[in-house]
Design a protein around this ligand. Structure first.
Ligand SMILES: [Zn+2]
Length: 297
């Protein structure tokens, strides 16, 4: 039989070359790099298309949403890896820097703050999105507390892209592989923790969503840096998702058919006319990022 022949040829070869049989005996253990490569390949097999552009492009990168720069030592919650094409990933990069800077600057838990991280983020935003740099009154730096600053209109637009990206990712995860698409509208709102607007958003989340979920990461304690909740109504096809970062920003997001989003009441503290409480049509992350860049030019 062919198989027996092959086996005997292999044995003979080993007898001819004793060194080789030693190598064969100790070879099966894969290196770390090999294991990583195998995991990556398995990931792309399971997730072949980008979840940020409705699968228009193939996935080329394992994307972390929320981005790792939002967390101390870049250690984000586990299980938040999503398939992205290069273009969607690049298009959101500046918005992720702007959001990470705001999240980490506004977090009044000193333990979550690393000076070096903050400097790096300031530098990144100054280079990639200077219009979104927070304006901090100079005397704020003299106080022994994280500075308070107002969020500029430009930063708002970046936060919108940042949260929309995570909303699409969560939709992909919660629906086990469906993607945000042109039949859906998106609504993304946020507020600084501790403000009346944040309390309003929390109350809405409370009324709508299920159990509070804390993002965890294996053996790394990320403390109070990330909490999230979601609720998916499969009959009506909408996802409600809320997340908060430490004691800085709280986000309230919904993705679903226009008819469902029309039933959402505007929270008391949010201006009805505000564009921050308005359902927008679905757009791929790539397009949202490009639109922001164009606005800057
Ligand atoms: Zn994409």
């Amino acid at each position: 039989m062919a198989n027996d022949d092959e086996a005997s040829i292999a044995e003979n070869r080993d007898e001819d070359d004793p060194g080789k049989s030693q190598v064969r005996a100790s070879a099966p253990r894969p290196t770390r790099a090999e294991r990583k490569a195998r995991e990556r390949a398995a990931f792309f097999t399971a997730h072949p298309r980008c979840c940020y552009c409705n699968g228009e492009r193939v996935s080329e990168e394992i994307d972390h949403a929320p981005a790792r720069i939002c967390f101390r030592d870049k250690a984000g919650p586990e299980g938040f890896e999503f398939p992205a094409c290069g273009e969607c990933n690049r298009a959101a990069a500046a918005s992720e820097q702007v959001s990470a800077l705001h999240i980490r600057m506004f977090d009044h838990n000193g333990e979550n703050l690393r000076k070096e991280d903050l400097y790096r983020l300031v530098e990144g935003v100054a280079n990639n999105a200077p219009e979104a740099m927070p304006i901090v009154p100079i005397e704020a730096w003299e106080r022994d507390a994280p500075p308070t600053a107002s969020i500029t209109a430009a930063a708002h637009r970046h936060l919108e892209v940042f949260a929309t990206k995570i909303l699409y990712a969560m939709y992909y995860r919660v629906t086990a592989g469906q993607m945000a698409n042109h039949r859906l509208r998106r609504l993304v709102a946020w507020a600084q923790v501790g403000t009346p607007a944040a309390e309003d958003l929390s109350r809405m989340t409370e009324a709508w969503f299920g159990e509070l979920r804390v993002g965890e990461r294996g053996n790394v304690d990320i403390g109070d840096q990330f909490h999230f909740r979601h609720a998916y109504n499969s009959a009506h096809g909408y996802l409600g998702f809320s997340m908060s970062f430490g004691r800085s920003l709280l986000f309230f997001c919904v993705l679903g058919p226009a008819k469902q989003l029309a039933t959402l009441k505007t929270p008391r503290s949010i201006d009805r006319r505000s564009r921050y409480w308005k359902p927008f049509r679905y757009q791929p992350i790539r397009e949202l990022g490009i639109a922001l860049k164009r606005r800057r030019a």
